[in-house]
Design a protein around this ligand. Structure first.
Ligand code: ZN
Ligand code: ZN
Length: 334
């Protein structure tokens, strides 16, 4: 393992543990430094014990680099592997084993931290057969949402990657913003050109219940929308869930061919339990998605799997347990 690979793995583990603090930033910085320093200089510094003279290399990253160069076990990495493991219940394990892909994740094209290829390779390593690339739509300027032009450019990249990564398949998609009136943040012809569309509310989360209900029903009724993303918009401990008539929204999802996402981000875990129960009773389909913004976050699906198991979501109603051909047929409305 090279020092860069070891540091990449450290960052991956910290990401899956949702460590967004100083430690992760320090390792990301160390990784950049290691990539910019010639190998022989790194070796010489490791031997002389002065790696930390390099700006951006602290004692922990120096130890990782030294151990990687020594060719033996990178102890820091071994410890991190066990301490950051994402918890999976016995029931959740059944759901996780059934998942064939991930329908909601981001790349560097919007506000993700990794390239499409890095996300795809991490998804392959997790055993996935497909993933849907769902970067943000233009209205979400803080997240560098994709205009129709940039999206078209991204689709060209995906085509090339798919040739290289086959039989794994990157499906094209977007996390399209549900605008205040329930219309979508891309034209229908743009959405029609994508394999799968996740639609989410990211603005005006506090609008009155009746208006929010109309807004969401209108969005999920669009023939282009396949998945309703993180439906309440809550951030646990930080932002309350939006209020809407859940029976009405889920009835619309069930009737209009839109799956309800079980968002696995630990700060979201959306929908909350009671609402998930309602969606089950309304006969909805579901997807269990990571909503990953980095490779390590692709490991978050177990959070959603644990929740699905706890609430007894019927396994065959989870569309990303389906084989790719079945999923594509469903998306196409057949
Ligand atoms: Zn979102
Ligand atoms: Zn997202």
């Amino acid at each position: 393992m090279t020092p860069a690979e070891a540091l990449e793995q450290v960052v991956y583990y910290l990401d899956r543990a949702h460590d967004t603090g100083f430690k992760t930033k320090a390792f990301v910085r160390a990784l950049e430094v290691v990539r910019s320093v010639p190998d022989d200089e790194l070796v010489a510094r490791a031997e002389a014990g002065n790696l930390t003279d390099l700006d951006g290399i602290g004692s922990s990253s120096a130890t990782v680099i030294q151990q990687a160069l020594a060719g033996g076990e990178v102890r820091y990495l071994t410890d991190l592997a066990s301490s950051t493991e994402v918890p999976l219940t016995r029931g959740g394990a059944i759901y996780r084993a059934a998942l064939q892909g991930d329908l909601h994740l981001h790349s560097r094209w919007s506000d993700g931290g990794a390239t499409i290829e890095a996300m795809a390779r991490a998804a392959i390593a997790l055993g996935h057969r497909y993933m849907v690339l769902t970067d943000h739509s233009p209205r979400l300027t803080v997240a560098h949402g994709l205009s129709a032009e940039r999206l078209a450019e991204q689709l060209r990249d995906v085509r090339v990657l798919n040739e290289r990564l086959a039989p794994f398949r990157i499906l094209t998609g977007i996390e399209v913003d549900i605008l205040e009136d329930g219309t979508l943040d891309h034209d229908n012809d743009v959405l029609a050109g994508l394999d799968l569309v996740v639609a989410s509310v990211h603005s005006k989360l506090r609008m009155p219940s009746a208006e929010m209900t109309t807004r969401m029903v209108r969005a999920v009724a669009s023939p282009h929308v396949d998945v309703l993303g993180h439906c309440t918009g809550r951030l646990i401990g930080k932002r309350d869930p939006s209020t809407f008539d859940a029976d009405m929204v889920f009835a619309a999802c069930a009737a209009c061919h839109t799956a309800v996402e079980i968002n696995s981000r630990p700060e979201r875990l959306d929908p909350p339990r009671a609402m998930l129960q309602q969606a089950i009773e309304m006969g909805c389909l579901f997807s269990i998605d990571s909503d990953a913004h980095s490779t390590g976050q692709l490991e978050w699906q177990p959070h959603g799997c644990n929740r699905a198991a706890e609430m007894g979501v019927p396994l065959d109603r989870i569309i990303n347990t389906w084989p790719l051909d079945d999923l594509l047929r469903w998306v196409a409305g057949q």
